[in-house]
Unconditional design. Sequence first.
Lengths: 701, 701
Amino acid sequence: MDLSSVMNPKSIVLVGASTRDHTIGHDLLHRLIDYGFQGDLYLVNPKGGVLEGREVYTSVSALPDGIDLAIIAINAKYMLDTIDQCHERGIKGIVVISAGFKETGAEGLALEKALTERVHQYGMTMVGPNCLGVVNTNPAVRMDGCFAETLPRRGDIGFVSQSGALGGGILNILKDLGIGFAQFISIGNQADVNAASAIEFWENEEDVHQILLYMESILDPKAFRKLATRVSKKKPILALKAGRSAAGASAASSHTGSLAGADKAADALLRQSGVIREKSLSDLFSSAKAFSLCPLPKGDRIAIITNSGGPAIMATDAVEDFGMQMAKLSDETKETLRSFLPSAASVKNPVDMIASAPLEHYRRTLETVIADDGVDMILTIYLPFLGLKDTDVANAIMDIRAKHPEKPIVGVFMTTQEFFSSLADKNVTVPFYMYSEEGIAALDRLNRQRKWVEKPEGRIERFAVDQEKAKAIIAGADAESRDTLTTKESIALLDAYGVRVCRSALAKTEDEAVAIANSIGYPIVMKMTSKTTSHKTDVGGVRVGIASEEALRREYRDLIAKLTERGLDKGLEGVLIQEMVKSSREMVCGLATDPQYGPMIMFGLGGVFVEVLKDISFRIAPLTDQDASEMVRSVKAWKLLEGVRGLPRAQTDKIEETLLRLSQLVTDFPRVSELDINPLMISDKDGEAIAVDARVKLAKA
Amino acid sequence: MDLSSVMNPKSIVLVGASTRDHTIGHDLLHRLIDYGFQGDLYLVNPKGGVLEGREVYTSVSALPDGIDLAIIAINAKYMLDTIDQCHERGIKGIVVISAGFKETGAEGLALEKALTERVHQYGMTMVGPNCLGVVNTNPAVRMDGCFAETLPRRGDIGFVSQSGALGGGILNILKDLGIGFAQFISIGNQADVNAASAIEFWENEEDVHQILLYMESILDPKAFRKLATRVSKKKPILALKAGRSAAGASAASSHTGSLAGADKAADALLRQSGVIREKSLSDLFSSAKAFSLCPLPKGDRIAIITNSGGPAIMATDAVEDFGMQMAKLSDETKETLRSFLPSAASVKNPVDMIASAPLEHYRRTLETVIADDGVDMILTIYLPFLGLKDTDVANAIMDIRAKHPEKPIVGVFMTTQEFFSSLADKNVTVPFYMYSEEGIAALDRLNRQRKWVEKPEGRIERFAVDQEKAKAIIAGADAESRDTLTTKESIALLDAYGVRVCRSALAKTEDEAVAIANSIGYPIVMKMTSKTTSHKTDVGGVRVGIASEEALRREYRDLIAKLTERGLDKGLEGVLIQEMVKSSREMVCGLATDPQYGPMIMFGLGGVFVEVLKDISFRIAPLTDQDASEMVRSVKAWKLLEGVRGLPRAQTDKIEETLLRLSQLVTDFPRVSELDINPLMISDKDGEAIAVDARVKLAKA
């Protein structure tokens, strides 16, 4: 989406400009003037007159032609008329600050729909309604069209906030932290412009180097995924998605009137799109600071330089928590350090220069360590010590950073707030943090972005499958108005899509069962398949480990008798006779459909552990090969799949293929709304992954 | 330990007082004078003369009698002489600032030992060596005997820091955050005074209301546990224990020269002692602020009041993360709120007063919500909005806090740093935080302390056991110089201590095996037991599911043949024939011995999952009944034990008893250094917990 008319306007009209203190129209007017908008500014208020020395037009209709952007802060009931007038005057960019739309109920929703329709019909681009406004700090624009408390600071961030008030709070904090931004969009009800449009626009905005998102819901997940996946390879995208918990999600939906999708789905979507998800605002800001001031590292080996052991230990803890590595310093590096550091110092990583380290030791140690090829990133810790000033140490670090721009350096300064406040007004070139964990967390984000950039692009493969057979199975269920497939149908559907299912055949009589079992070979599994009962295990409809014909006949008769007794013989299709897979590792995979995010594929540890251990990963369909590979490796049970205690390594490429085939199935047949393969057994013999049971639900046609 | 002479001295001598800038002796002198020590201050320096208008004694020997405390900052080589002289002059309190002891190597260690011996012999109390000093902010004392950068602020915290430099950094930050303290001890090498002594002393110091610890290692874990368990019931104890990771622990031991025990053990110890463990300094400070300003709540039901949805959603997420509850507001409360809040407001929890909420709405909403019996704690969120000042809202909250001192209230103010800096100098009565997560984390700590205070004291039960039999088994292994018990011996040892083991007997011949199996009943398990091979499974020495005499004879011959072939028949005691327990849930329990913390008991999910899922809990022995109950409930597999998918509830009281019996075993026989019961099978029949295999290792006699 081209947001130029909104974000880079040459002329703006403020509709609803006001002289009354503490009104939005008043605040906006002063923000636009005080920040020094570089283009022409027009004002509209029905009262007319003069405001701040400018003529006030009594209506939009009275304006000259050729204005780029209208920022509108008037009662919602006048909105449609005003938009019509904007159209007459050829205005293409619209920012609707006013509330009174979707967030207020059915009537507001109808008004918002009408507004959006008109905006689309007129070919306009609209931010809002119900938002805080937009900002562009580019010196050629200087637009502060936003009623936050403080004037913005220039920087390299593109920032989208869904929550208006929170967006304003964030702008305050950013300024305090000395973090500037290039552009800010408060998307409000996101009737037209949303996070995805901003990402698309910022892809080619040269002064936007990273993108920050505060979201409560992700509208148009498909567009978001497509754009974010592409743009995040060039510019880091960081997101705080609130409403993680079930309780939080309910708060989210009462707040924004939006459907807060399941957090698992949102999490998967962000992950697949290369978006770094932050769990708190302070993490979001810490990371943004790092991306503003650091290059991406070449690897994850971290060296720590310190004048105190304690914070270095905490930093080392954090390095391990994040799964990064402590760099091994070369012998040469250690020798050089030894040549000038006192004997009580430690020249291993973390390099502890001890409390008395003078400024010169900081300089030389940093220069020595940064030259070590085994070091990708550096954390420098400073604790106040007699006579050594924090600002001097900070300047020394920035000097060395200027000489070695290729490696990330961050500073952890456990000093006074004054130090940080003073930094906020300066052009610092190294991110400084108060605590070790913050510094290491920042390096972790740089490292994650590196890994994402280095990762090959995912491909969506198509396998040769029997689509006709699948269609027939679904049609069969539809013909009987069933939304649940039988076990036999479910397994046949998987088979049609090339999923390895256990060998099995349907028996309708005892003798048929025996004939099939004899051809498969004992032991076998016997399973009822029914059009009415999908929870087979609960009614005793699954018998495993049947070792002989004699046992089979006995179990068969018993099963039929029990089912008949309970009246469950009605929907019975017959009895499946299956090969018995010897397996010590039961996995689960399947698919579920989220009302907002669409179909998701699931994989993890199966059996009784599914609900208890929740060792499960999700990804939004369609899956790329990269998604499938990550899914399988991101569960703890991965170690089980690699082979433990004499069990062979699982054929993990085949597991990945199974997930990809499920993804293809739901892409071809979106009506497959739920599917469970539980268990997906890993054969003890050769590690093959075999679906031994399946349940499929269809959405209404 | 009575630390009065150190912490509440009426007279102090500073040994090593100096005029030279940027020396410790100079800094200390000025701290003591500038902060206004209320007693008599003497100075010692071999050069004599006059310093700051005070006579300088040329040696300790030259001092008058009756001085309480010597703070010593001189070269370590003069230390022993100086201590002798202190003794001559009757000085009982010693703070050794000087470094050059254990931390520098063998020679320093010897010097430290000599110093400590002398201190004990003279009946002195010593803080240090290698420390930052001590502080007491009590107006009757006003001792700043510490070379940190800033003068201390009065408050209610007793703070112990192991790291000197970090302790100084922390004092800076605390001051910036407006957090004061009552007493501070930098324990340094903790040759005499350690964290446990401080806890003991502060138990009865009236102006210490909470205790903060920064530790890299816990010396004397037994004393620590005993004292902390008692004192934490009266005063919250918060600890940051660094060196969590393997890498961090190695940094810790190179830093302090202390043995950094396994972090699992430290974690268990802190948990059992009622100490709240913090993972970062910022968490530590946030929690301290809450304990300073809030009462303990009566429950965990939280109400959130806000003028913006976003931060309320994040707070709600955090409430769920911490396992607390969102309060359900009464109909009466909601009605009252509805009567004055605008229609766009939400009167459910979180109560969203919307952005335009005036000061009066904050007041009335807070007063209404705090009166609701279903609310235990309140989080109030403020985001800047046109014309509403942060300080006004803060004052309104403090007014209401004064009227309702019984319920904790915290504020989350997403406003400028200026607001927080201005608070630091005032006497605030409500803790304010910048971010929602911080506010909820603070409430979580209050809630945890409440639960700990409410929890019954743990009791250590003794069971009737066959100690003689256990002694004989160990003696038997000793007689053969074995440190590993055979499977048979291991099971017998458990049996002697009343652990339910599976029925089993030893067969030395095929016919004996058959006879035993016939009496137990098929299917049975056959297991080799050997004096030389303890990893039975790896050599094929375990055969399960033997269903008939015929199969048994076949497997028996095969086993013996295979073992003979591999030369493993040498140490073979025979073959155990065991009942086969049908179990879908395999747990693990056992004990391990940490060199620093002593024996620990372990419990969790067993089988192939032990290493992969690490769903395991540890506690230090001896276990109380409370410990055992918590252990069993703190693993995720607890849900499995409660009964899933038709499996009966496990007899969890019996599992707890098993853990308590293991604890008694290792208490009676500390030589049992390792013990594994893997698996501890939960019978599918009746949920009984049955040990079916065990391995025991003995420490050297």
